[in-house]
Write a protein that binds this ligand. Structure first.
Ligand SMILES: NC(=O)c1ccc[n+]([C@@H]2O[C@H](COP(=O)([O-])OP(=O)(O)OC[C@H]3O[C@@H](n4cnc5c(N)ncnc54)[C@H](OP(=O)(O)O)[C@@H]3O)[C@@H](O)[C@H]2O)c1
Length: 228
């Protein structure tokens, strides 16, 4: 049996989650959550101790996490955004966003709580600047991230043996940001955004801060851009 701590990362097939998995892999055995089995297998082949965990998070059940007896780190990175004015957003857009960004996070955490408690583990929620401020066209996404923040705050109080960190990144150069820029009608300019690896390093700082430290919230913005 491995002596190394175990981490489970959702959204590990690409973007921020993949960068977090890479950052954790030197010190943790990483369970790679996502839907794209080919991408998960390719990443797992690159990271010693990692294994793919193909999952549709909006339908996660106890059977999906059977065998995870002890979990040191749980990173919720999977997420989605459907931008649009409130006047144009059907209930379906709200439901899909809340299902993935909030309800799946709550359910996966609930299912893994026994394993997290056994390890005195750490739960990290990848939130967003939209979880701190709601802007026009971003209502359903911002509402989901405000809810995610509430989830993390309540979890921290209910489970004092765990550490719970919310990370609020600004714009990050991933597929999601590509879609955001397409909606906004602007160019995708990665040099103006955070690199996913930078978000991962910030997140890692919270995980590695030492057992006596509890970094509860971390705001990360692209340098030189708006800081609010
Ligand atoms: N990019 C930004 O500018 C930005 C800024 C602030 C915060 N964030 C937050 O950072 C997190 C990561 O975003 P990202 O930019 O890395 O996004 P991304 O590149 O679009 O990747 C999304 C990830 O979520 C997974 N996923 C989506 N729906 C899923 C489902 N139903 N079941 C299982 N997995 C699912 C995808 O897996 P598959 O590809 O395998 O389907 C993929 O790994 C999100 O929570 C996002 O809200 C992003």
């Amino acid at each position: 049996m491995s002596e190394r701590p175990t981490a489970l990362v959702t959204g590990a097939s690409r973007g921020v989650g993949a960068a977090v998995a890479r950052a954790l892999a030197p010190t943790h055995d990483v369970i790679l959550g996502g839907r794209d089995e080919r991408a998960l297998a390719a990443l797992a082949a690159d990271l010693p101790g990692a294994r793919p965990w193909p999952v549709e998070l909006t339908r996660v059940t106890a059977a999906d996490v059977a065998g995870v007896e002890r979990l040191d780190v749980l990173v919720h990175s999977a997420g989605m955004s459907r931008l649009g004015r409130i006047a144009d957003q059907p209930a379906d857009a709200w439901r899909q966003t809340m299902e993935l960004n909030v309800i799946a996070v709550a359910e996966l955490t609930r299912l893994l709580l026994p394993a997290l408690r056994r390890a005195g583990g750490h739960v990290v929620c990848v939130n967003s600047g939209s979880g701190q401020r709601a802007n026009p066209h971003w209502a359903s996404y911002a509402a989901s991230k405000f809810a995610l923040r509430a989830f993390a705050d309540a979890l921290r109080l209910e489970e004092p043996e765990l550490r719970v960190t919310t990370v609020y990144p600004g714009r990050t150069a991933t597929d999601m940001q590509r879609e955001v820029r397409a909606y906004e009608g602007g160019a995708f300019e990665p040099e103006k955004y955070l690199e996913p690896e930078t978000v991962a390093r910030a997140l890692l700082a919270a995980v590695m801060a030492g057992p006596d430290a509890h970094l509860t919230e971390l705001t990360v913005r692209p340098r030189g851009g708006p800081v609010n």
